[in-house]
Design a protein around this ligand. Structure first.
Ligand code: ST9
Ligand code: FAD
Length: 536
């Protein structure tokens, strides 16, 4: 009934909404939110209040000027009992005049690193009344007389966050494709230095250090797209099961969505920044789009669950899995490898060998964490303090798990898809899988040395494989980014346009600056001249 009431209006753009959960005082710790929704059975309404400054909603995108409705997450009170946080759909502005409704205080939070167009807002309530059916009652309910009917699973309230975290993985694949396209096209246009005196300056794309910076962004875009598709399929399956009353697979989905969101956003932000730096000075120009892209991707490390916090959520699941597995209980598919008790096998410099190695690293790190926590608890430390003292390792274990999942998914899905592709295309995609896998093996060589039987000569051979791959991929790189098929209007970049007119576009953009409108800027007469004449 509620969906029938709200969804068509939203789809028709009659109402514009946002998700108002985070407050000035709390974003991560949802149970600590302070906005209250107190049920009044006499009028069958909820009364919304922001009892403190820190209770003000803070951050929701589009809240300041665009939205006229929002989903407000608030502590539900009924019959004198606090039932915890619940979502309410709340109209905040008049649908005709767009004026804030009485009892609503709404505004814009101010300039940010990026997302300048998102008008992120603040929102407070002063005895603001909404009808009973404003509470989203798919899970928990409040009856007319104020009786609270519990949800069969309290964590279903957090479902929207799981959905968005799943979407973010594919989103990061897209942003990396944008960054890689701009930087690789620019690197094909840009010539710099003269390593051989009698030859022209090479394209900077021919410098192997440049390839090292950029090809991983290209490969990661594919890895994340494939992983995002797999995660989406998992999400759909879990949701289907939830609809028929089975929540058994929800914890696994939550655990894997958390670590994949964290690792893909962190990689996307750092690789986009590497793309920006790989364009030298021109990459620092806003018109290159790369600084904006960095602002967008680094925001994703924070929104929808701060990355460290999310990695610790996955670690919580891994530690529990370890404890369960040690008692011989079955584990969920993505965590089952943790209980592989076979002796450490001889190292193999193959894709399967490296993926198996990453699983060993993850399992080894989880085991270390469990041992440390157990030891501390036995010494009398509380579990919570033991957890905190182990948390640097827990985050590393969670990241290793995530890498194992991405590597295995990328390899499996590309191998499966390759059967339907032309042999040359399949070969190139396999090269990207290979490059991605070897890159991370070399990045995490310390971990592999600790937890697997990899030896110095294996590492040297991997380094050689990596350099060979850069060379093999080089001739196809521009074709590979063209294959992302991103229109110039979307790239919005002086450096990345299809026609390669980099220098012309940079000058065209520079000339648009209002500071170039007059030959002598007024600041000369106002400040500089008096200063030069000693009058200031
Ligand atoms: C809008 C539509 C757009 C569509 C397109 C999207 C495209 C991509 C987006 C691009 C644009 C993006 C724009 C920006 C949007 C940003 C929006 C926001 O940030 S909004 C704001 C986002 N804000 C955040 O993300 C806030 C982050 N904070 C949180 O999520 C939580 O408070 C918490 C998880 C950290 C702790 O919660 P707490 O209650 O203290 O829990 P405990 O630690 O005590 O654990 C208790 C048990 O619960 C379990 N469990 C937990 N969660 C889940 C779950 N989801 N499920 C299942 N289970 C879950 C947990 O495993 C544990 O199990 P067990 O071990 O006991 O068995
Ligand atoms: C661009 C952008 C858009 C956003 N859009 C929205 C939106 O539309 N709607 C909305 O409701 N919110 C939105 N947010 C808010 C966002 O969801 C929160 O900022 C985010 O969940 C992090 O919470 P926080 O700011 O309270 O960080 P904090 O939790 O205060 O984090 C600060 C530091 O404390 C650490 N920390 C916190 N808790 C723990 C812990 N338990 N263990 C270890 N370390 C911990 C973190 O790792 C971090 O280093 C947006 C934020 C941004 C940046």
């Amino acid at each position: 009934e509620q969906q029938e009431k709200w969804v068509p209006r939203a789809v028709n753009m009659e109402i514009i909404g946002t998700y108002a959960q985070t407050e000035l005082g709390h974003g991560t710790f949802l149970r600590g939110l302070e906005t209250t929704a107190t049920y009044d059975p006499n009028t069958e309404e909820f009364v919304l209040n922001s009892p403190t400054l820190t209770a003000y909603k803070w951050w929701p995108g589009g809240l300041a000027h665009t939205a006229n409705h929002c989903v407000v997450v608030a502590q539900l009170h009924s019959k004198g009992v606090n039932h915890g946080v619940h979502p309410f759909i709340v109209q905040i502005r008049d649908e005709d005049t767009h004026m804030p409704l009485p009892g609503v205080k709404v505004g814009e939070i101010g300039p940010k690193l990026s997302f300048s167009t998102a008008n992120n807002g603040f929102l407070g309530f002063d005895n603001f009344r909404v009808p009973r059916d404003s509470m989203l009652m798919k899970n928990a309910q409040v009856l007319k007389d104020g009786t609270y009917v519990k949800s069969r699973l309290s964590k279903l309230t957090y479902g929207t966050m799981v959905f968005i975290r799943v979407m973010i993985v594919t989103d990061m694949a897209y942003y990396l494709s944008v960054g890689a396209t701009i930087a690789i096209r620019y690197s094909a246009v840009r010539h710099q230095s003269k390593p051989k005196e009698n030859e022209p300056e090479p394209q900077i794309l021919d410098y192997v250090t440049q390839q090292h910076k950029l090809f991983i962004a290209l490969a990661s875009s594919h890895a994340f797209r494939v992983t995002g598709q797999w995660l989406w399929t998992t999400f759909v399956r879990v949701n289907k099961a939830l609809t028929s009353g089975n929540a058994d697979t929800l914890p696994e989905l939550h655990a894997v969505a958390c670590c994949l969101k964290a690792v893909t956003t962190r990689d996307a932000a750092s690789m986009v920044e590497a793309c920006r730096m790989s364009c030298g000075g021109h990459g620092y120009m806003t018109s290159s789009y790369l600084p904006i892209l960095y602002g967008i991707t680094t925001a994703a490390c924070t929104y929808e669950g701060e990355n460290t916090v999310l990695l610790l959520q996955t670690a919580r699941s891994l530690v529990k899995a370890w404890q369960k597995g040690s008692k011989g209980k079955p584990l969920s598919p993505t965590e089952a490898y943790l209980m592989d008790k076979s002796p450490v096998p001889k190292w193999e410099n193959t894709l399967d060998g490296i993926i198996a190695g990453f699983r060993r690293v993850s399992a080894g790190k989880v085991q270390d964490c469990v041992s440390k926590i157990d030891k501390l608890v036995k010494m009398g430390t509380s579990y919570e303090d033991a957890w905190n003292q182990t948390s640097v390792r827990l985050v590393a274990a969670s990241e290793a798990h995530s890498r194992a999942v991405i590597l295995a998914t990328f390899r499996a899905e590309v191998s499966r898809a390759a059967a339907a592709l032309s042999p040359p295309l399949a070969r190139v995609l396999h090269q990207l899988v290979h490059l991605y896998t070897v890159y991370w093996a070399l990045e995490r060589v310390g971990d592999l040395l600790l937890y697997t039987s990899i030896a110095e000569r294996d590492v040297q051979e991997l380094q050689q494989q990596y350099e060979d791959l850069l060379q093999k991929i080089r001739p196809n790189t521009v074709g590979l980014v063209d294959a992302f098929d991103l229109r110039d209007e979307i790239l919005n970049s002086t450096l990345g346009a299809y026609d390669g007119r980099v220098y012309e576009r940079l000058m065209e953009e520079a000339l648009k600056s209002p500071l170039n409108a007059e030959p002598v800027n007024q600041s000369f007469h106002k400040y500089l001249k008096p200063f030069m004449q000693g009058k200031l």
